[in-house]
Design a protein around this ligand. Structure first.
Ligand code: COI
Length: 351
């Protein structure tokens, strides 16, 4: 792989003020698809892309991405978390979006090279990491509506801290009665940029009401729960834990998968099924609803303290971060930072 080193090295940011996705490392990976085949990929200095104004992605949103992380371990080793899960998902997503995919091997090699060349950008503090954003989009200058014939595959890297300003404190969530994130037969199970565009109006109006994000419901059956904000959602009842089953509209999250594996290992009954608003309202009345939390790469576990409905506000448990949320967060992050044994084989040590 060709590597062109950056002449200028960017200023590192104090980990306390990193936030999420504001700062980028010195290099990026770039590869283009033209005339039916992938060109050689290369690592280049982080830079603007020369794109024709007619590039299909600008007009028809043929774009897909991944979000994954590299960690600086307590043992000074550098780990990628769930690289296979992400490359599998990206390959499946590319097929759904009618895009070519450069291949899983290529993706792993590119990620490893980029992380190693920019290893100085991996924050050393626990709670921080290097967020990696593989992105694939249509670059062909053509305004007809059909799958493009030219693409760019790139990976950028951003040192990050907490995703939510609340950190690990519980968030307030608005149960969205009107807007939807995805439709049956749509792109909900794919990490398509378009899903996030679809979500903006709802999350903006939830913020105006004093909530951090929304609880997404099925667009037709408003009693069925799908996701929370940009994350998968879990409900801890007295005798089991439930999460909406993957139905084509829900993203198959890497952290969701980790949680299901950990619950199984700990002999906690978990169910992937339809979860209903009416059910959680009834469970909360009876004192059976103990915790609600979101799972995602960016925030890992995000505890929900309050659910807001048009006619009521519902406090979950005592409104603080639940015991299972904390246990899951600790179990996952201690594997990520090399503090506990990776018995599931989720990490790949790069160096
Ligand atoms: C995640 O939780 O990892 C996400 O997907 C959030 C990202 C879109 C910023």
């Amino acid at each position: 792989m060709k590597v062109t080193k950056a002449q200028k090295i960017g200023q590192k940011v104090d980990p306390q003020s990193l936030g999420f996705g504001k700062v980028f490392s010195d290099h990026m990976y770039l590869q283009s698809f033209k005339e039916g085949s992938w060109q050689e990929g290369e690592i280049v200095p982080y830079q603007n892309l020369p794109l024709d104004p007619a590039a299909a992605v600008y007009h028809y949103a043929q774009c897909l991405f991944e979000g994954q992380k590299a960690y600086w371990g307590v043992d000074q080793k550098i780990r990628l978390f769930r690289p296979d899960f992400h490359s599998n998902r990206m390959e499946a997503g590319a097929a759904r979006m009618c895009m070519p995919f450069p291949g899983q091997e290529q993706m792993h090699e590119a990620l490893s090279e980029l992380v190693l060349i920019d290893s100085d950008w991996i924050p050393r503090q626990k709670g921080c990491s290097l967020y990696l954003r593989p992105t694939l989009f249509a670059s062909e200058p053509f305004l007809g509506v059909r799958p493009a014939k030219e693409y760019i595959y790139m990976i950028i890297a951003s040192p990050v801290g907490a995703y939510y300003a609340e950190g690990f404190n519980p968030v307030r969530i608005w149960v969205e009665p009107h807007y939807s994130r995805s439709a049956p037969g749509g792109l909900g199970s794919v990490k398509a940029g378009a899903n996030y565009a679809m979500s903006l109006m709802a999350s903006d109006s939830a913020k105006k009401r004093g909530y951090s994000q929304v609880l997404w419901l099925d667009p037709l059956d408003k009693d069925r729960i799908e996701e929370v904000g940009t994350m998968n959602v879990f409900f801890r009842f007295k005798d089991h834990v439930a999460t909406p089953a993957l139905n084509g509209s829900i993203l198959n999250g890497a952290t969701r998968d980790c949680v299901l594996h950990l619950l199984k290992k700990w002999n906690i009954r978990s169910e992937e099924r339809v979860v209903r608003v009416s059910e959680i309202k009834a469970a909360q009345k009876q004192g059976d609803l103990l915790e609600v939390f979101g799972t995602g790469t960016a925030a890992v576990i995000s505890s929900v303290g309050t659910l807001g409905f048009e006619d009521q506000e519902m406090k979950i448990g005592d409104g603080s971060t639940g015991e299972l949320s904390k246990k899951l967060f600790n179990a996952i992050t201690s594997i990520q930072y090399g503090e506990s044994e990776d018995s599931f084989g989720w990490t790949k040590i790069l160096r």
